[in-house]
Design a protein around this ligand. Structure first.
Ligand code: MN9
Length: 294
């Protein structure tokens, strides 16, 4: 298995839509270009932030191809291939490998309560059918799939599983798993606890807010690695002032609003999401101004 190590900051790309609700490639290219200039390590495509479950199979493939084109080998591309049917997940994972993605990832199958054995077979079969590392996407609040530490350990033990994206506030579990699996890749999936995740042993993050403030997190990680913890805390606190507002108005919609203010119009989130109301837009704008994001 490819033992590639992933380190640093990976924006969980928003999926830009045009006025008709179709995937818009121009803002996507601009978003990628801006972030590569800032020094991100790579991108996470079609995750929660990318509204993956609101995209068709054809759109998922089209989106990745557009991303690969824009990135042009300058950064890692990790693709979320999770789908409702395993057959479709594998199809997307194989497409990702063919396109040159560095890794593929998946939320566990949800809606139906599956057994641990069923989750294991799911991840094993993705790994067996692709030659790139598979990253388990642990997101209990959204998937309603709660893996215990031993459960997660069983998944990490599968050949071909390259690590996990931990979108959970359970730092104890994260620290234990990193200790048990030092050769695997662990991504912090909640931007607001990035510094805490670094101190739990993680060295990479995949996040929504990295779309518009990757530079803050790149600097935070640099400060942490130079033992300048107090300064890193100041940056995390500043980022969290912004993230708190986003959580209040809706993280993905708020992120697209800030990107628009930064000159990268990614449109609205797809229905059933509805546009932000005027008061929310105003709050996002004031916050973006206050923290010099625009
Ligand atoms: O990709 C994101 N998680 C989700 C990671 O979208 C569920 C995070 O960046 C969060 O949006 C962020 C706010 O909770 O940490």
């Amino acid at each position: 298995m490819n033992k590639k190590e992933f380190r640093g900051i990976y924006p969980a790309l928003v999926t830009p839509f045009d006025a008709n609700g179709e995937i818009a490639v121009k803002p996507l290219q601009k978003l990628i270009e801006t972030n590569i200039k800032k020094g991100v390590s790579g991108f996470y495509v079609a995750g929660s932030t990318g509204e993956s479950y609101m995209l068709t199979m054809a759109e998922r493939k089209y989106l990745l191809e557009a991303v690969m084109d824009a990135v042009d080998g300058r950064a890692d591309v990790i693709v979320h291939a999770g789908m409702f049917a395993e057959k479709q997940t594998i199809e997307l994972a194989q497409h990702a490998e063919k396109c040159g993605a560095a890794a593929v990832s998946s939320v566990p199958p949800f809606y139906f309560p599956f057994t641990m054995e069923e989750y294991e077979v799911y991840y094993k079969e993705i790994a067996e059918n692709t030659g790139i590392p598979v990253i388990v996407y642990n997101i209990p609040d959204m998937s309603s799939v709660h893996f215990s530490e031993p459960d997660m350990s069983e998944l990490l033990a599968i050949d071909g599983i390259g690590g996990m994206k931990h979108t959970s506030y359970d730092l104890f579990q994260l620290e234990r798993l990193i200790r048990l699996w030092p050769e695997k890749n662990f991504f912090c999936g909640h931007d607001e606890i990035f510094l805490s995740a670094l101190s739990a042993g993680a060295d990479a993050g995949i996040g929504t807010s990295f779309n518009f403030m990757a530079e803050k997190f790149i600097e935070l990680r640099r400060l942490y690695r130079s033992n300048r913890i107090r300064e890193a805390q100041v940056l995390q606190a500043e980022a969290n002032d912004i993230i708190s507002v986003l959580c209040k108005v809706s993280v993905f919609k708020g992120t697209k609003e800030i990107l628009k203010l930064q000159g990268i119009d990614c449109g609205e989130c797809r229905k059933p999401f509805l546009p932000l109301d005027e008061a929310a837009r105003q709050l996002v704008k004031e916050t973006a101004e206050k923290y010099h994001l625009i």
